[in-house]
Each structure stands twice: as C-alpha cells, then as structure tokens.
Design a protein around this ligand. Structure first.
Ligand SMILES: Cc1ncc(COP(=O)(O)O)c(C=O)c1O
Length: 1010
C-alpha cells in the first residue's frame, strides 16, 4: 500500500483523540517506523502520545505492548515509563476504520516530558552512564515477563541479525567487506552466544527513544520510551543497542560505550561471558541498521526517519572495525569491574610462586639489585626536556648514576607517564580533545650496549624484527610462554638487529639461551642503550609495533594486559610507590597554607611540567595554555632556564656588589623604552613595583592621593590594595580609602559612557576625581592605569583617553604611572609597551609578570626627574631585587623576545585570532564583544540586552579545560573570557582553540541567553 494512503494527517489524529478518549488536544507528528505517532498537548496534563497503527496490525502484538507497559508500571517502581490510557469504553487498545476502509488500532499513552537524547549536546559520560542505569533498571523490571509475541521473528533482534547476509549484495565492495567481517565474527561465536541469558528487553534505546531531563548541565536520562521493539532475546543485546546509538558521533567509540556499560552493570549486573559478545552485538545492531536503510531507500524513499542513523552507523562500523574484539572485551570487563584480562589473576598467582633473578635475564651482569630511576613527567632527575632528549647528556647522566650505584642495575618505568613522547605520532583526538600515548608499559633496564639478554623461560619466537622497520624498538623479539593452563609473552626491545636476525618466528628458545644483545644508538630505536622488557597477556594481531606506551584513558585495560614485569623479579626498589594523590595535597594545603589562597577549577590540576605553550599534569595530560602571560616566551624556555641555572651555579648575591648582569638587564630594558624613561629599579613582583611607584609619587609630589580605575588591580601589598578597586570593591573589601579616587571603568561596550565621545567623557571622570581631591584641600599625587585593563575584563582604553587624562593629571601636578605588569614586553604586538599604543609617555612604568618568565623579578622604570626626587638620602635596599640570577633570566627573556621575533608573532597570531573570534561572534551572538591587542584578548559574553552571562562564561572555560585547553574568566561581572597565552602561541594553537570554542558554543547550555 502507498505510504500516502496510510498516512494519518494531524486534524484526523485530533479527531480520533476526541472521539475515543474525549480529550481535546493539539497534535503534532512524531517520527516512527511502524506506528503513526502524534504528540498530544492538552491544557491540563503533561500530554500524551497517540499511536495509530498501520492497517491490519497484529492484535497479538498490540496486546503484548500494552501488557508489557502494564508489567513495567507494576514492577519498575524506580522507573519512569509511559502508562496506558484506556478509551471511553475502557479498552487499552481501540479500533477505528480509516477513510480507505482500513482497520486501524489506536492506543494512547502518557507523555514522558523531557528532551530526546538526539537533541542533547553535549552527550557526556555521565549522561551515557545514566542511560545505562535506566536501561538496566528496565531490564530488571522486565524479568519474569512473558508473552507469546516476545518470541516473534524480528529483523531488529540482534540474535536474528544474520538475515542481513541475504542482502549483502546491495552494498558496494568496501561496505560489503566491512559488513561481512562483522557477520562472520558474529556467526563464529554464535554457539556460545546462543547460550547467554535471555529475557524480554526494551531492545530499542536509540537516540530518539530516550528521554533526558531538562537541565542543561549534567542532565540525566529519565526514561526509555517506545517499547515497540521489545523482544525476548539475549540481555546483552539490549546493552549493545543502547551502546550502538550512544556512541555515534564520538571520536573514540569504544571509550564512549564504557560509561553506558558501567551504568547498566550497576543496575543490572552483567556476566563475564556476556561481555565476550558485546563487541559483536553492537556491530550487528549497526549492520541491521545500515542494511535496513539500504533496503528502505529502495522500498520507501519518502520516509526520512528510516534513514536517520545511516551515516553515523557507518562511521561507527568503520571505527569499530579497527578495534580488536579482544581489546574491546577487556575494556568492557574493566568497565564492569572485572580484571581487564581474563588471565591477569592467573598470571599474578603464577608469578607470585615463581621468582626469577636478574642475572638470569642478563647473565653477563652479576647484579641482583635494582636502583630505580624516575623518567616520568614529574621527575626532576630528567631535568629539562631538551637536556633529556640530548642523548650524550642523558647517557652521561646514566653513567654517572651507575658510578654512584655500581652494584645495582638502573631500571624503572612501569606505568610512568613520560614527557618525552612529544612526537605527534603519539597523539590522537579522543572524545575530549588531544590524547597522547604516554604511559610506559614495560620496565627499562639501563645497561651497556651489547649486554646479552637471556630467556628466563622456555618460549617460542612470535615476533622477531631485525630490519629496523620498527623505529620505536630497534631489534625486537617477543617470546610466547606456556605455563600451567595459560600462556603469556615477554617482549624485549632496543636490541641489535644482528642479534635478533638469528631468530625466526616459530623457533623454540630454551630457558637460559641468549636471545638478544642490547643495541647501541641509533640502531636501538634512537635512545641510550637499555632493554625495554614487557610482559603481555595478549598479543592481539600485532606483528611489529606492539604498544610500549598506552593512552591514559585506556591505562586500566593496558596495565592488566601488560602486568608489571617486576612481578617476575620482585626487585624491592621497583615496588615502592611514593606519589601523593591530589587529595593529599589539597588536604595539607587546606590545613597549613593561607586560607584565602584559591585553586583553579572545580577539580584542581597538579601541573608538573611546562613546555612552550603547554602544561602537563602528573598523569602526562597535556594542556594548551591560553592564559599564562607570565610564561611569556614559553613555559620552561630552554635558554631562559639555562641562563638562570648557569648564573645560579656561579653566584647569587645582592646589588650592593658590582655585577654586569644588572647593567645588562637595564640596557636591554632601556633599549625598549622611550629615552625619557631611563632609570630602573629592580624588585621582585608586580606588587613591589607598584608599591615603589607609589612611594616615588609621594616623593615627587609630596601628595598621597591616587587616582585609579574602577575594577583595576595593581597588587597585593598594602598601598597596592588601596588603589585596587577590584579588591576593595569586591568580596571582603571596604570600599575606596580616603586617599583613593576611582573613576568609572572606561569600557565603551557596556560601561558608563559609550560611543564616539567616550574618551572625552571618561577623561572628564578623571577630572572629577582631581576636583574631588582638590575639594578636600589636597592635591593629586598620581594616576595609575593599565593600557588594557586586565581584571576589568581586557578593556581597551578608548582612543585619546590616556593622552587627555595624562594632560589633566599633569596639569594638576600629578604623576602618571603605566602598569605594564600584565601587558608589557611585546605581548600587544603593535608596540612593546602598552602605553605606546596611546602615544603617551608615563613618568613611571611598572613591569612584572613576563619579565622573569615565571621567575620573580619585576622592575620600575622612571624618568630622571622622578628618580632624583626619590633619591632623597634614604637608601633603597632590596635584598633580592636585581640579583645576578634574576637579572640573567630577565635579560634572556628580553633577548628571546627580540631574537625569536615574538612581538611580531604576538601581532600576527593575535590579529588572526581576533579576526577569527570576530567571525565566530557573528555566528554566536552570545560573544558580544571581542577586544584586545596582540595576544591579550578578551571575549565578553552577553545576552541580546547586553546583560552579562557569567554562568555561560564559566561553563565555557570549564568545558574548554575538559578538552585540554586552559582558559579563565575575568571582568566585574565574570563574563569575559581572557586569552593571554605565552607569546610563542602558534596559528595551529589558535585554530585548535577556535575549533573547541565553536564546539562548545554549540552546546545546549550556551544557547541559554540569560
Ligand atoms: C595589572 C597588575 N598589576 C600588578 C600586579 C601585581 O603583581 P604581582 O602578583 O607580581 O605582585 C598584577 C597581578 O596580577 C596585575 O595584574
């Protein structure tokens, strides 16, 4: 029958509703494969769903549906589920005749309010977990329910999915190959699959059948609706169906499946043997889906619903194909709390009964004990990454260490997150941004090149690579060992190619026989000589590049597949685990560190290493840093680190002794400043710089009164707090002190004065401040402002404001200070200092954060006139200010900016980023204003009435962090996202930032405009 002949129109549906149920409501069409479904809205209820069957629908089927719903209502007390509404004559199912004379069955169910899964963005782990939990509860409620119809033949039943084989011809070759692969996998395991537990299950938790709560942050699944596909089948199929849809549109499909599985298992415990079939069941559900789509395209081309999941289903199938089914099973086992590898427990037991001695592995080295070294990302033994990657230097360190511990073998590395794997070959894009394979799965034994390696057990050669094709390992050999009733493998990497070439796959090697010799650089895979020794419980299909390092998110699985090789040798030094958890650190901080110190992010991060524009936590997670303007020329810039280390090794003392470094730094700075600003004082922080600047103001003018901007911040010392409206007008503050005058934040976007004349208006505000001071019978001391107000929300000063204000201040006898603590040293791109953007020359410039690239050094530059007045006979002594180490560091920072043309980089990348952000703001009007200069940008989030959107801003920053991008918020209304990265930031970094901003701006919470 033609689709148009059986279709029910909206007015018809409304009429049927009234006739049968005496309910007046408005209908709208809902998608559906079998029934024609209508959402019914009424004035006095949550609403209903009206389901009108196709002609000649089977009575048994409808009875099954209604009984099932009633069973769920009675047994699933924790569940929300649609309820059956009876018609005027108390029938659960009614019958009507349509205009073509066909008999149609009608049912009315209560509406479950919420959002459908497919409309939810983002679909996070917590949401998939709750989907699993709900599906598990539903399966629990359905235990014991039977009905003849549940045994029907059904194309959507995974157990019956081999019908798809008959349609394989509809696909082109590539797709055919993909589908046949899964069909064969499924068929091969059918005998054990057929024996799995069965019950009636929902069987269709697809993304349009799952109702999610309305909260836009952390929503949960309320219910699975539409029981039309319920069937008596293997319970694991129900899990598989939930997974098949919930993992669509995620980069890492396997990773996306795990929370759902965890949730299901938490409410309906699954069995180990069921998990063996989950990989295939997920695949077969998708195979059914794409096969149905292909058939439907031919049979019912007008029904778009039937094609809805086709594209994402293919995408998942392709991703699924490259996952080893055993690895998937081990991941599923981990998610359900079983040991990932089924033989892990057996191996541990066997290893506990069998101890090997290291001289059995290295018979030419008569050492039994180990000295452990830490090559992890947190290790300070390895020092700077650049030194670590210098092979000669690293070898030297190993040799030196060996001299200190001559009777021990230097070893370590199991489960170490290693910072050295920085090649992009180790990166992938997971469900939350970039991930790196960085967790080391073996133990490295650091021994001289050509040290022989011996078999510690009889074994069969399963891999022998001797052509250096494997760059990572050099000469590699893997042996298979059969012990008791299981087998495992030992892997030996970084050997000479010659020693490996003696072996072929299939060779039997007896315990004690020499199997390899440690390779020397570069034959051994590009590192100092060592053996990478790894135990494997599964080889999977690897023939060459067996992973020696794993992704962090898979580590629970990999550490079971590759247990600690030290379980064999039991070296005491490798048994210790000294590391503190983040909770330990937080606990101590809370007890013993200042109570007003805060921590960034809801889940604080422990950063252990920096590299350029990146930071790494102790687990080896790498974050792109878009907020740290202190690490101006890049975190742990090698030359800067070296400059500090070298000088530290010679002398560090105070500035009362002669030293070139202080003069060198002064020269470097003076070169960047206008000739008028040619006297320097070195201090240790931005606060100290401003504190000194205020003392200078007092010395020059004899006045105490300062004028500063609303929401300005100038430091944590007493006088600095007194001029920081950001602090004294904020939490815990008591307003402006007697000697401080505050003018309104010169913000032309949402401030007091907007438009063309704003600069003048704000200058008038400064004049008012001057007059206020004069009315009190005093005179102006100084005026302080940042060229772009950072805590104020990256506010660019209106053009002309600074020049006009300086004029007014000077006319009143005051001194002008430019606080360049945030913006200075080339960050703004067009000019080296912020005040230069405004064509003014301050009397005093304070310089902080970027100058030491993380080392505490700051400076005050002033005119001769100011310096002379300050030098009134009282000595200015600063214990640390201007010490040779700090000066060596700061001079190198300035040289680096110059040498590496970083000011130009800030201009180029900043201009690109700002223009792309502006484009983004046309796409997402919530980004009300994009402002700033160079790599000092701000994005202000507002609604259509310019009201600040602090919650969205906070959400955006936190979600960016979830994707490995560090951002922070600022501004009086906390609605400005600030961007001020190390100025080595690249175009690729900017593109990555834009990519994830766009992704998150599309999330539901960002669309909420209030
Ligand atoms: C504009 C401005 N001035 C001064 C300071 C104080 O610098 P420090 O924290 O180094 O004392 C800061 C610090 O954030 C600042 O942003």
């Amino acid at each position: 029958m033609e689709y148009n002949q059986i279709k029910i129109a909206i007015p018809q549906a409304e009429e049927i509703l009234f006739d049968l149920y005496n309910i007046q409501g408005t209908a709208s069409v809902l998608p559906g494969e079998v029934d024609f479904n209508f959402r019914i809205k009424t004035s006095n209820s949550e609403g209903y769903i009206l389901k009108i069957s196709r002609p000649n629908e089977d009575d048994n089927y409808l009875d099954f549906q209604q009984q099932l719903l009633q069973h769920v209502e009675a047994n699933g007390t924790q569940l929300i589920a649609p309820k059956v509404v009876k018609d005027k004559n108390k029938n659960a199912t009614s019958t009507i005749t349509d205009s073509f004379g066909n008999e149609r069955k009608v049912r009315l169910l209560t509406w479950v309010s919420g959002r459908v899964w497919s409309s939810v963005n983002p679909q996070l782990d917590s949401l998939r977990f709750s989907l699993g939990t709900q599906c598990g509860l539903l399966t629990q409620a359905l235990q014991g329910f039977t009905h003849a119809e549940a045994q029907r033949d059904f194309v959507w039943d995974v157990a019956q999915s081999l019908w798809t084989k008959e349609h394989i011809h509809v696909f082109p070759n590539e797709e055919k190959e993909l589908i046949s692969y899964f069909q064969e996998q499924f068929e091969a395991k059918k005998p054990t699959y057929d024996l799995l537990r069965k019950s009636v299950v929902h069987n269709d938790a697809n993304d349009n059948n799952v109702i999610v709560s309305k909260e836009l942050i952390n929503p949960t699944v309320k219910a699975a609706i539409d029981y039309g596909d319920a069937i008596h089948t293997q319970i694991i199929n129900d899990v598989a169906i939930g997974c098949a849809y919930a993992i669509m549109n995620h980069n890492d499909a396997l990773d996306a499946a795990l929370p759902l599985l965890k949730g299901y298992h938490s409410s309906f415990p699954l069995q180990e043997k069921e998990l063996k079939h989950l990989y295939n069941a997920i695949a077969m559900r998708l195979v059914i889906s794409v096969t149905k789509s292909a058939i439907n395209k031919i049979e019912e081309p007008n029904n778009a619903y039937l094609l809805i999941s086709e594209k994402p289903a293919w995408e998942v199938l392709k991703k699924w194909r490259v996952i080893h089914p055993d690895f998937a099973e081990y991941s599923f086992r981990t998610a359900c709390g079983f040991s990932a590898h089924p033989n892990e427990i057996k191996f541990n037991e066997w290893a506990s009964k069998n101890t090997f001695l290291l001289p059995e592995l290295f018979s030419s080295i008569n050492k039994e004990e180990v000295h452990s070294i830490d090559l992890s990302v947190s290790s300070n033994w390895i020092g700077h990454q650049q030194d670590f990657n210098n092979l000669d230097q690293f070898q030297f360190k190993i040799d030196q260490l060996q001299k200190e511990v001559p009777t021990k073998i230097i070893a370590g590395g199991y489960l170490e997150p290693r910072a050295l794997y920085t090649s992009t070959a180790y990166d992938t894009i997971g469900n939350n941004g970039k991930e790196s394979r960085s967790i080391h799965l073996g133990i490295d034994y650091w021994l001289p090149a050509y040290t022989p390696v011996h078999a510690i057990l009889d074994g069969e050669v399963v891999i022998a690579i001797n052509d250096a094709g494997d760059k990572e390992y050099g000469g590699l050999i893997v042996l298979k060992h059969q012990v008791e009733e299981f087998e495992f493998y030992t892997l030996y990497g970084h050997n000479t190619l010659k020693s490996i070439s003696k072996h072929s796959v299939g060779d039997l090697i007896l315990k004690g026989k020499k199997i390899a010799e440690l390779g020397n650089y570069p034959e051994n895979g590009n590192w100092a000589p060592h053996l990478h020794f790894q135990v494997l419980l599964s080889l999977f299909d690897y023939t060459i590049d067996y992973p020696g390092v794993a992704y962090l998110n898979q580590i629970d699985v990999w550490k079971s597949i590759c247990p600690n090789p030290n379980l064999l040798f039991k070296s005491a030094a490798l048994l210790e685990n000294k590391s503190l958890t983040n909770d330990d650190i937080i606990r101590y901080r809370k007890q013993h560190l200042g109570k007003s110190l805060s921590l960034q992010y809801k889940t604080p991060i422990k950063m252990v290493r920096g590299a350029g524009q990146y930071l790494m936590d102790q687990f080896g997670h790498t974050y792109l840093d878009t907020v740290n303007n202190v690490a101006h020329v890049g975190h742990e810039n090698y030359n800067v680190v070296k400059a500090g280390q070298d000088q530290m090794a010679l002398i560090n003392t105070n500035s009362r002794y002669l030293h070139e470094n202080i003069n060198e730094l002064a020269k470097e700075l003076i070169e960047t400043l206008p000739p008028e600003l040619n006297v320097l004082h070195f201090v240790n922080s931005g606060s100290e710089a401003n504190e000194l600047a205020i003392r200078m103001v007092k010395a020059v003018t004899g006045e105490k009164d300062m004028i500063a901007s609303e929401v300005g911040y100038h430091g944590n010392a007493n006088m600095c707090i007194d001029i920081s409206s950001y602090k004294f007008d904020g939490k815990g503050g008591h307003g402006a002190p007697e000697h401080t005058q505050i003018f309104p934040l010169p913000d032309t976007f949402r401030g007091k004065h907007k438009g063309k004349n704003a600069a003048h208006k704000y200058a008038e505000e400064v004049q008012k401040c001057i007059e206020n001071i004069q009315h009190k019978g005093r005179n102006v001391g100084g005026f302080i402002i940042e060229p772009i107000i950072s805590c104020g929300g990256q506010i660019e000063l209106p053009e002309g404001f600074l020049a006009q204000s300086y004029k007014l201040i000077r006319k009143a006898g005051g001194i002008c200070i430019s606080d360049e603590v945030q913006v200075g040293c080339g960050r703004l791109g067009k000019t080296f200092w912020g005040f230069q953007l405004h064509d003014v020359i301050p009397d005093i410039v304070t310089i902080g954060k970027p100058l030491g690239n993380g080392h505490p050094i700051a400076a005050v530059a002033c005119t001769q006139k100011v310096a002379d007045a300050f030098a009134n006979g009282m000595e200015y002594f600063n214990t640390f200010g201007g010490n040779p180490v700090s000066c060596a560091i700061a001079a190198e920072v300035l040289r680096t900016v110059k040498r590496d043309r970083l000011q130009e980089n800030a201009l180029k990348i900043g201009t690109y980023l700002k223009s792309e952000l502006n484009n983004l703001s046309t796409e997402f009007p919530i980004l009300g204003d994009v402002r700033g200069q160079g790599l000092f940008l701000g994005i202000e989030l507002v609604d259509s009435e310019l009201n600040p959107l602090a919650k969205q801003t906070d959400y955006l920053a936190n979600r960016m962090k979830d994707h490995g991008i560090l951002m922070s918020t600022d501004g009086p209304d906390h609605n400005v996202l600030k961007i001020k990265p190390p100025i080595v930031f690249t175009k690729e970094n900017a593109e990555e930032l834009l990519l994830y901003l766009r992704k998150i701006l599309n999330e539901d919470f960002m669309k909420l405009q209030s």
